[in-house]
Design a protein. Structure first.
Length: 110
C-alpha cells in the first residue's frame, strides 16, 4: 500500500504504508487510510517528529558501527536496506513546515 501526504503548500510526499503509518503514530495521529493534520495540529506534529528523529540519531550514534542495523523487515516480511527515521521523515517534516508557513492542512487518503 502507498500513502500520499498532500498539502496545497508543497508537493506530495509518497511513502510505503508501513512507514507512513509509523509517521502518523509519531505525529499523534491514528494510523489509517485517511487523515488530516490541521493547521492547529501542525506545530505539535512537527515537534513530535523532530523529537523522534533526534532520539533515533542519538540511539544510532551511541551504537557501535557493527551494531547498527544493515537491514530491516518490510511489511511483507522481506528484507530491505535499513533507512533511518531521519531519512524517512525529512520529506514529511519539510511538507509540514511549508504547510505551517502557508497555514494549510496536510491530508492523506483523500
Amino acid at each position: 500500500m502507498i500513502v500520499t501526504f498532500q498539502s496545497k503548500a508543497s508537493g506530495d510526499v509518497i511513502m510505503f504504508g508501513d512507514v507512513a503509518h509509523k509517521m502518523m503514530e509519531i505525529m499523534g495521529k491514528e494510523a489509517g487510510d485517511q487523515g488530516i493534520v490541521t493547521v492547529e495540529q501542525l506545530p505539535e506534529a512537527l515537534a513530535r517528529l523532530n523529537a523522534a528523529i533526534a532520539a533515533d540519531r542519538e540511539a544510532n550514534k551511541a551504537a557501535a558501527e557493527e551494531d547498527r542495523p544493515q537491514f530491516e523487515l518490510a511489511a511483507d516480511g522481506s528484507r530491505r536496506p535499513y533507512v533511518s527515521l531521519g531519512q524517512r521523515a525529512t520529506p514529511l517534516v519539510e511538507l509540514l513546515q511549508w504547510s505551517l508557513k502557508k497555514k494549510v492542512p496536510v491530508v492523506w487518503g483523500v
